[in-house]
Design a binder for this molecule. Structure first.
Ligand code: SF4
Ligand code: SF4
Length: 468
């Protein structure tokens, strides 16, 4: 069943399905137009960044490390700790709002131009497939032919090529999680030590292989939540890849000795459908499956050039703009999203700028009140927790601010190592005679490199002393 057979009921099923729900395997043509060239350049940059990322170091730290297992996170050479979780939440909210806002204005450009799924599928795996099996017509023929020597050779070659690239992606992916030095030590170390890493590598490789060899466009159409939200984010003012039906219709093939004056510019060549990686016909209008890859724009522009008509029959434009010939307008939705975005960015920037290198917390040891020591001394025990998020070792000290207290901390000369946590127990002591009640407030000051970092107020417990 061809895609054109679905013309009247295209919204009732996906572009890569028959009306009964059976998947149609797609053989999109690669069309090398102006936009494809830009996408290729962008993909080179992206792939270079992706594969070299784990090896790039800033101040001795990786560019990006997302070690969930050991709770080590480095973003652009800046270490983040689980205590910085609020940054991550805020960053995610900001990113989501940004993507929504961006989608409202420019449609789903992210999917076709930046999303790793599209970049790897279209710019890596699809190209390998074309080299091994030939163009889309040859691929179709190969799939239809019985298993013979040619088919077995090409399919085997493709399997190993796809598996090899998936393995490479998997290694890089794991290097972002555990650091490449760590990964390499597992790979090059004793076999049994690296078994878990090998298992992880093979699982990731299998997932990547399945995604790029089998699942393909289904990720964008059915699995990706962003894709499924397009219906609520786009409106007639959104800039999307759109067919100018005012100009293109009534469509029709060019026939010799026939008056073409009543016809629109679309010559019904179907090339825009043949190149579409999600199998849709953009001439039906904006559809959920469209990932804004702009391949149909390149295809149609090449046709328009041949028939000497202006390019841009399929272009980035809004439905309203095509209907009314009005320019881009700021809708209330765009304005409100922009305000939210600016506010979030402001809060995020403030939090980032006010983030201190060292974080400290003082807490009473749970379940304990006070100890009576010899010489009429009462003591309370506290936990001091510190995180040094910087690249340098720091010296710390702690002193009571409230008069009448003595503070004793173990190993007070120890330094706070760079990029590490430290826990200490300390005692606050006071003479029994000066106790002012069962419970009294007390304050301590923490110094880092002799500079005050933070003041903590806590509670000191003591016995009820009946004074004569
Ligand atoms: S309709 Fe055009 S832009 Fe949309 S996915 Fe298909 S080829 Fe890409
Ligand atoms: S490529 Fe252009 S001319 Fe050809 S069918 Fe599509 S819209 Fe019409």
């Amino acid at each position: 069943m061809s895609n054109t057979e679905t013309e009247d009921n295209f919204r009732e099923h996906l572009g890569n399905q028959t009306t009964s729900g059976k998947r149609i395997w797609l053989y999109p043509k690669i069309i090398k137009g102006r936009l494809y060239k830009y996408r290729t350049y962008l993909s080179w940059f992206y792939l270079l960044f992706f594969f070299t990322g784990p090896f790039i170091k800033i101040n001795g730290y990786p560019l990006l490390l997302l070690n969930v297992i050991d709770r080590q996170f480095v973003i652009f050479g800046q270490p983040f700790w689980p205590q910085d979780f609020h940054f991550l939440v805020l960053l995610l909210i900001t990113a989501i709002v940004f993507i929504v806002l961006f989608t409202v204005i420019y449609g789903r450009v992210f999917c076709g131009w930046v999303c790793p799924q599209t970049i790897f599928l279209e710019m890596v795996f699809r190209k390998i497939e074309n080299v091994i099996e030939g163009n889309s017509i040859k691929q179709k023929k190969l799939d239809a032919m019985p298993w013979n020597r040619e088919k077995i050779t090409k399919k085997t070659l493709k399997f190993f090529a796809f598996f090899g690239v998936s393995f490479l992606i998997s290694n890089t992916f794991l290097a972002y999680i555990m650091g490449w030095e760590n990964l390499w030590s597992k790979i090059s170390g004793p076999f049994m030590d690296g078994l878990t890493a090998l298992f992880g590598l093979l699982v990731f490789t299998a997932v990547f292989y399945l995604v790029f060899a089998k699942v393909r466009e289904l990720v964008c159409i059915m699995i990706c939540p962003y894709g499924r939200l397009q219906g609520v984010m786009l409106d007639p003012n959104s800039m999307v890849v759109a067919y100018d039906d005012e100009r293109g219709e009534p469509r029709g093939k060019i026939r010799r000795n026939q008056d073409q004056s009543e016809k629109g510019d679309c010559v019904d060549c179907n090339l825009c459908v043949d190149v579409c990686p999600t199998g849709i016909d953009i001439r039906h209008g904006t559809q959920l499956e469209c990932v804004n890859c702009t391949a149909c724009m390149d295809a149609c522009d090449s046709v328009m050039s041949k028939i000497k008509k202006p390019k841009g029959l399929i272009r980035i434009d809004s439905v309203n703009n095509i209907r009314n010939k009005t320019g881009f307008r700021f809708t209330p939705r765009i304005i409100s999203y922009t305000i939210v975005m600016v506010l979030l960015m402001g809060v995020f920037t403030y939090l980032l700028a006010s983030r201190t290198d060292v974080e400290a917390h003082v807490l009473r040891i749970p379940g304990q009140t006070f100890f009576e020591e010899p010489n009429e001394i009462i003591s309370n025990m506290y936990n001091l927790e510190m995180v040094n998020k910087s690249f340098d070792d720091k010296r710390f000290s702690i002193q009571p601010i409230t008069p009448g207290f003595e503070l004793v901390v173990a190993d007070s000369n120890a330094s706070l190592q760079a990029n590490s946590e430290m826990k200490r127990v300390f005692l606050l002591k006071k003479s029994k005679q000066s106790i002012e009640g069962y419970k009294q407030p007390v304050a301590v000051q923490i110094f880092i490199d002799n500079r005050p970092l933070r003041k903590f107020e806590t509670t000191f417990f003591g016995p009820i002393v009946i004074k004569e």
